[in-house]
Design a protein around this ligand. Structure first.
Ligand SMILES: Cc1cc2nc3c(=O)[nH]c(=O)nc-3n(C[C@H](O)[C@H](O)[C@H](O)COP(=O)(O)OP(=O)(O)OC[C@H]3O[C@@H](n4cnc5c(N)ncnc54)[C@H](O)[C@@H]3O)c2cc1C
Length: 460
């Protein structure tokens, strides 16, 4: 029951970190307030499936309120946290402030455009359900626009997709786009051939999946190339323009540009008054608290902490989950020992790295589990079961499993809804405008890269 005399723990953010902190605390002698600006928890590892029309948004999200339905000491509030008053122990929102005895800040991260926020409308990143729906809109719309244009007799437009950033998100987006073009859409258009679309994965560093061992990076690149993706490493995007990316002076036309290149911590980190690293992550103590405020903890993607070997903990779900559980246990122990008159000393957080998995496409993935490196179908199968297992809610797990099994055999991608606007940055419909001068399909420059472009054809 909600006993107002018990210490109050306020948790900001119901992502992997916040959710696990609240769940671990639910039987502790505390009152818990979970505040999130969304009323649902998002399973981010499957966002790319929504972005590529494989899953519907509801299948990878769960209402926060329903997760805590039977936990009487957990209160869930929909609010956008704007700041903190650490001296008065208050969490601030535009409407009201919330007091706490313990505060856990788990507000996560977003994408970063390296000081070029003007690129965001041209090259959406993938962090939220809204981002995924927007990417899905652009990808599906590009096929529709190309088909309409080709049906009117203009086959000059190229369907080129550029994914910027060769980390796990860029790799899974590029691989799945290739799959859609080569398989899911093949028999559905009459004037264009989706299989001739060109997918580029552009990575600034010397190899994709840079945090993985070299052999797995190589294998991932080969698996992508096998799917028909052009992988360009050591290639720095210097500008994003409507319908194109630039590599130095070279313009690469692209009807859809997707951004998977940078991560920045939530701006809430800066509001805590503690030191932050270059990505805006809060530098926490080994117990994940703030140096001058032992009652305030920062966890997950928003926290900056090195492991015992001096290596920065990665921004992945298992780190956030383990940190959420760790802080919850610490608070519980402290509250209980205070009640019995003892003051417990604090433990240090240790991350248990169970391995890394990155998917590339159907039956294609890489996995690093300790010293064991796996590629291909076995890695993909492990990835599949881990991700379905950790989805929130039995119904979601069952639905996703059935959906996956079905699409594995049929190549079907059932969530192909185009919602919202019907325009694409940089796209000019030649069939409806005779005055246009440029489009992603009608590049003005004639670089070697542009000459390689695969144009949609009326050959079908
Ligand atoms: C596309 C993508 C794919 C990924 N794939 C994998 C993967 O395969 N494996 C893996 O381990 N990790 C993966 N990750 C990383 C993983 O999702 C993150 O490390 C993890 O979500 C971090 O958890 P968190 O609790 O710190 O933050 P999040 O899960 O991001 O949660 C933050 C929460 O805070 C809320 N919030 C933010 N600001 C405010 C505010 N001002 N007021 C109120 N609420 C706020 C948000 O709404 C959100 O619910 C992926 C991430 C992305 C984006």
């Amino acid at each position: 029951m909600n006993d107002k005399t018990l210490p109050r723990v306020v948790i900001v953010g119901a992502g992997f970190g916040g959710l696990n902190a609240a769940k671990t605390l639910e039987k502790a002698p505390v009152q818990i307030t979970v505040i999130d600006r969304k009323n649902f928890h998002t399973f981010q590892p499957l966002l790319y499936q929504v972005a590529t029309a494989g899953l519907s948004p509801g299948e990878i999200a769960a209402p926060i309120r329903s997760i805590f339905r039977s936990r009487r000491n957990v209160e869930v509030l929909l609010a956008d946290v704007t700041g903190f008053d650490l001296e008065r122990k208050l969490v601030e929102t535009a409407e009201q402030n919330f007091s706490y005895d313990y505060l856990i800040v788990a507000a996560g991260a977003s994408h970063a455009y390296f000081g070029h926020d003007e690129w965001e409308p041209l090259a959406p990143g993938l962090k939220t359900i809204e981002d995924a729906i927007e990417i899905r809109r652009r990808v599906l719309l590009s096929f529709e626009l190309a088909e309409r244009q080709a049906a009117a007799g203009d086959t000059s437009s190229a369907l080129t997709f550029a994914v910027v950033g060769g980390g796990p998100t860029g790799v899974e987006l590029a691989g799945t786009l290739a799959e859609i073009c080569r398989h899911a859409l093949t028999h559905e258009f009459r004037s264009i051939d989706p299989a001739r679309a060109h997918i580029m994965l552009i990575e600034g560093g010397p190899r994709i999946l840079a945090t993985y061992p070299e052999d797995l990076s190589r294998s991932a690149q080969e698996q992508l190339q096998h799917l028909g993706v052009e992988v360009r490493t050591s290639t720095m995007v210097t500008c994003v323009a409507p319908g194109a990316v630039y590599i130095g002076d070279t313009r690469l036309p692209a009807c859809v540009v997707l951004w998977a290149a940078g991560v920045a911590a939530s701006p809430l980190g800066q509001k805590l008054g503690a030191a932050v690293d270059r990505a805006g992550r809060v530098q926490v103590q080994p117990d994940l608290s703030l140096p001058d405020h032992r009652e305030v903890f920062v966890i997950g993607d928003l926290a900056s902490l090195k492991d015992e070997h001096g290596k920065m903990l990665p921004g992945v779900a298992p780190v956030a989950i383990q940190q959420g559980r760790f802080v919850a246990k610490l608070i519980r122990k402290e509250v209980e020992s205070r009640a019995s008159g003892n003051v417990a000393s604090r433990p240090t957080f240790h991350y248990w790295d169970k391995g890394s998995l990155a998917t590339i496409g159907r039956s294609a993935a890489v996995a690093e589990i300790g010293k064991v490196h796996i590629s291909g179908f076995l890695a993909w199968l492990s990835w599949l079961f881990v991700h379905i297992w950790f989805l929130i809610g039995f119904q979601n797990r069952l639905l996703v499993f059935i959906r996956w099994a079905f699409s594995y055999f049929t190549y079907e991608r059932g969530a192909r809804l185009i919602t919202g606007s019907d325009s694409l940055p940089g796209w000019t419909d030649h069939s409806s405008s005779s005055t246009s001068t440029s489009s992603p399909g009608a590049p003005s420059a004639t670089t070697a890269v542009e000459a390689q472009e695969i144009h949609t054809s009326a050959s079908k």
